[in-house]
Design a protein around this ligand. Sequence first.
Ligand SMILES: [Zn+2]
Length: 141
Amino acid sequence: MPSCPNCGTAIATPTKLFTVIVEPKEGERGLTQRKVGMYSCDKCGTKFPTVVSRQHYLLVAEEQLGKIQTDIKNLKKTNQDLEKRIGAMDKEYADLQKVVDRSKRDAETRALESKLEALEKHVAYLRKEKGELEEKASRLR
Ligand SMILES: [Zn+2]
């Protein structure tokens, strides 16, 4: 809320609002639109202006604006394509992970199978031994 430059009283509402366009200074680009409020002090009657808001506008040739808009559209499209490719890669990665897990399990199964085979051979050997021992024992009776 602006206050009176003379007595410091805060004033809520302007008596008048108007818009001014400020042209760029040397080295600046674009225009500035200022909303200016005219205030009148309730206490001492001093009238004073205050800038209420500022909006900066850049001037761009229509052709250039069109090019910028096309560039933005192309960038959005590229971004979408990239997202799609990332999605596909994520899926591919998950599939590969599954294959890796499966082959790991396969390797474990093969190791267990060869252990089992060795055990079976050992059992067969022990059975044979037992058979021979039983034969010897029967002969001793
Ligand atoms: Zn005042």
